[in-house]
Ligand binder design. Structure first.
Ligand code: NAD
Ligand code: UGA
Length: 434
C-alpha cells in the first residue's frame, strides 16, 4: 500500500515511520524544506524516544521517503493522510483549519485514480464535510473518499502508543474507504488493537471528547490537591484511593502545575467554541480551561510564597522546561507561564532541561540556560522542579544544598518525599500533600 503523509511533525513523522515499519511504502511531505533536508540527511528534527532508529531503518530499506514535492507524492498514493497543525486561532480559541484546508486543496489537484484522503490532524466535528466540499469543488469528478482517523498518541511514548494503541477510531462514510482503511491498519489488527469504525463526525468528536476528558481528570485532581493542602490531606493517597476503583482508573491523576502541551490546551479551547457554535455549551470543559490557566500563575505564587513573599532580586532555578518529560516540545508548557510570572515579580531565572533547551530559548529568552542541573542551581535562592524528567528523580541533594544560596526546594511534580529533602536542610514545598 502506498501512503503519503502531509506534514512531517510529531504526528506525521511518527505515523509515517510506523506505517513504513509495518511494510507500507510511505512518503512524508512537508512544506518546510529545511525539515525535509534534515530528514533526508538522516537527522530527526524532534526528540522522540525510538523514532530515530525506525526512521533510519525504513529509509535504508527504501520504504520511507521525505520530500517537499507534493504533486508526485500524492499522485502515486493510495491513501493520503493530512497531519498538519491545527493550532488555536488567535483571538477566539477555535481550531485554525487554514493548513488542513490548504493541504486538502493541494492534495485534490494531484490525486490520480481512486484515493482515500484521511484527516489525522485533530479537527472539529464537521471538518470532514468541509474537506469533502473543498476537494470536490477543486476538481470535478474527483474519485476520492474522505475519512477521519484521529490520532491518540502521546509525545514521549509516541511509538509505543502508535504501534500498540488502546483503540483505532476510523470515521468512514462508504464501504470502499472502509476496505482501504482496514488494509492500512491490518498489521495492527494482528496485534488485536480494537478498531472502531464509525461515522466521520463521530470520529472527529471522539478525539476532542477524549482529550477534554483527560484534561478534566487532571484539573479535577489539581483542585483536590489544593483542597488537600488546606485540609491537611495527601493528594497522592487520595488519587490512589479513588484510582483503584476501576470505574475511575488510576491514570491521569497526578497533581502538578497544570496541563500543557500542543494539544490539551488548544483542544479544550476548541471544543468549548464548537459547543458554543452548536448552542450546546460544554460548561465543564469551560471551567477546565479557566482553572488550568489560573493554575500556572498560582504555581508561580507558590514559589513566591516559598521564598518568603518576594522573589525580587532573587535567583530561581527551574529544573525541567518542556510540558512533560521525554519530549523537546515547549508548546504551552506550564514552565512558560511560571517563568514569565516570576520574571515579572523581579526574579532572575536559571533554567535546565535535558532535551528542551533549544526550543526553550526561543520562547524564554530571558532565562540563563545551564548545561547541567547542578550548574543551574548554583547560587539559587530557590530550586523549582517543574518537569519530572528521570534525570531529576535522583538528584544529589547534598550537592545541591552545597551549591544553592538558600535551600528552598519547590517540587511541582511531587517527585520527592518531604523527609528525604528536609534531611539535607531544605525547606520543601510540594503539591497537595498536606
Ligand atoms: P507539528 O506542528 O509538529 O507538525 C505539522 C507539520 O506540518 C509541520 O512540520 C509543518 O511544516 C507541516 N505542514 C503544514 N502545512 C503543510 C502543508 N500544506 N503541506 C505539507 N506540510 C505542511 O504538529 P503535530 O504536533 O504533529 O500535530 C499535527 C496534528 O495532529 C494537530 O492537529 C494535532 O492536534 C494532532 N495531534 C498531535 C499529537 C501530538 O502529540 N503532537 C497527538 C495527536 C494528535
Ligand atoms: C495528549 C494525550 O494524552 C494523547 O492521547 C493525545 O493524542 C495528545 O494529547 C494529542 O491530542 O496531541 P500529550 O499532550 O503528548 O498527549 O501528553 P500527556 O501525557 O497527555 O500530558 C499532557 C499534559 O498533562 C502534560 O503537561 C502533563 O504533565 C499533564 N499531566 C498528565 C498531568 O499534569 N497529570 C497527569 O496525571 C497526566
Amino acid at each position: 500500500m502506498r501512503i503519503t503523509m502531509i506534514g512531517a511533525g510529531y504526528v506525521g513523522l511518527v505515523s509515517g515511520a510506523c506505517f513504513a515499519d509495518f511494510g507500507h511504502v510511505v512518503t512524508c511531505v512537508d512544506s518546510d524544506p529545511e525539515r525535509v533536508e534534515r530528514l533526508n540527511r538522516g537527522e530527526v528534527p524532534i526528540f522522540e524516544p525510538g523514532l530515530e532508529e525506525i526512521v533510519e531503518r525504513n529509509r535504508e530499506e527504501e520504504r520511507l521517503f521525505f520530500t517537499s514535492a507534493l504533486p508526485e507524492a500524492v499522485g502515486e498514493a493510495d491513501v493520503v493522510f493530512i497531519a498538519v497543525g491545527t493550532p488555536s486561532r488567535r483571538g477566539d480559541g477555535r481550531a485554525d483549519l487554514t493548513y488542513v484546508y490548504a493541504a486538502a486543496e493541494d492534495v485534490a489537484r494531484h490525486v490520480s485514480g481512486y484515493t482515500v484522503i484521511v484527516t489525522k490532524s485533530t479537527v472539529p466535528v464537521g471538518t470532514g464535510d468541509a474537506v469533502e466540499r473543498i476537494v470536490r469543488e477543486a476538481v470535478a469528478d474527483i474519485d476520492v473518499s474522505v475519512v477521519s482517523n484521529p490520532e491518540f498518541l502521546r509525545e514521549g511514548a509516541a511509538i509505543e502508543d502508535f504501534k500498540r494503541p488502546d483503540r483505532i477510531v476510523i470515521g468512514v462514510e462508504d464501504e470502499r474507504a472502509k476496505t482501504v482503511m482496514s488494509e492500512v491498519y491490518r498489521p495492527l489488527f494482528v496485534n488485536q488493537a480494537p478498531v472502531i469504525f464509525t461515522g466521520r463526525r463521530t470520529a472527529e468528536l471522539t478525539k476532542y471528547a477524549a482529550n477534554a476528558f483527560l484534561a478534566t481528570k487532571i484539573t479535577f485532581i489539581n483542585e483536590i490537591a489544593d483542597l488537600c493542602e488546606r485540609a491537611g490531606a495527601n493528594v497522592q493517597e487520595v488519587a490512589r484511593g479513588i484510582g483503584l476503583d476501576n470505574r475511575i482508573g488510576s491514570k491521569f491523576l497526578h497533581a502538578g502545575p497544570g496541563f500543557g502541551g500542543s494539544c490539551f490546551p488548544k483542544d479544550t479551547r476548541a471544543l468549548v467554541e464548537t459547543a458554543r457554535e452548536f448552542e450546546s455549551p460544554c460548561q465543564i470543559v469551560e471551567s477546565v480551561v479557566t482553572v488550568n490557566e489560573m493554575r500556572k500563575t498560582r504555581m508561580a505564587q507558590k514559589v513566591v510564597r516559598a521564598c518568603g513573599g518576594t522573589v525580587s532580586g532573587k535567583t530561581v532555578a527551574l529544573l525541567g522546561l518542556t510540558f512533560k518529560p521525554n519530549t523537546d516540545d515547549m508548546r504551552e508548557s506550564p514552565a512558560i507561564a511560571i517563568a514569565e510570572a516570576l520574571v515579572a515579580a523581579g526574579a532572575t531565572l536559571n533554567g535546565h532541561d535535558p532535551e528542551g533547551m533549544e526550543q526553550a530559548k526561543k520562547v524564554l529568552p530571558a532565562v540563563n540556560y545551564a548545561d547541567t542541573a547542578y550548574a543551574c542551581v548554583e547560587e539559587a535562592d530557590a530550586v523549582v522542579l517543574v518537569t519530572e524528567w528521570d534525570a531529576y528523580r535522583a538528584l544529589d541533594l547534598k550537592r545541591i544544598k552545597d551549591l544553592v544560596r538558600v535551600p528552598i526546594f519547590v517540587d511541582l511534580r511531587n517527585v520527592y518525599r518531604r523527609a528525604e529533602v528536609e534531611r539535607y536542610g531544605f525547606t520543601y514545598v510540594d503539591v497537595g500533600r498536606g
